[in-house]
Write a protein that binds this ligand. Structure first.
Ligand code: SF4
Length: 97
């Protein structure tokens, strides 16, 4: 059973599983399906990160996600947060400049 169905930019109808109920407002359903390989753990990481943000007690609008190149960097594109996508090794020093 799904909690949300949305037609994405590619015209695919995507439904989030029920287990996404508590974080559905943080997921950019219109950008799904994701590009990760079947069995990749990045989807689990995305879900856990979204849940940690929700449970942090910090308002959503105060969060920023900084990502770099590579598969992991796509996480920023799937979250409804202000995002900063930078080059390799950039995510560590970027928030400091
Ligand atoms: S990290 Fe990238 S290449 Fe590796 S399994 Fe995940 S999506 Fe595939």
């Amino acid at each position: 059973m799904s909690v949300e169905a949305e037609v994405t930019t590619t015209g695919v109808k995507v439904e989030l599983p029920k287990s996404y109920e508590d974080i559905k407002d943080l997921i950019r359903v219109d950008r799904l399906p994701h590009i990760w390989c079947p069995g990749c753990g990045l989807g689990i990481l995305l879900k856990l990160l979204a849940r940690a943000i929700k449970n942090s007690g910090i308002p959503i609008e105060k969060h920023v996600i900084v990502t770099g190149i590579g598969c992991t960097g796509r996480i920023g594109g799937y979250l409804k947060l202000d995002a900063y996508h930078v080059t390799h090794a950039g995510p560590y020093p970027s928030p400091l400049v």
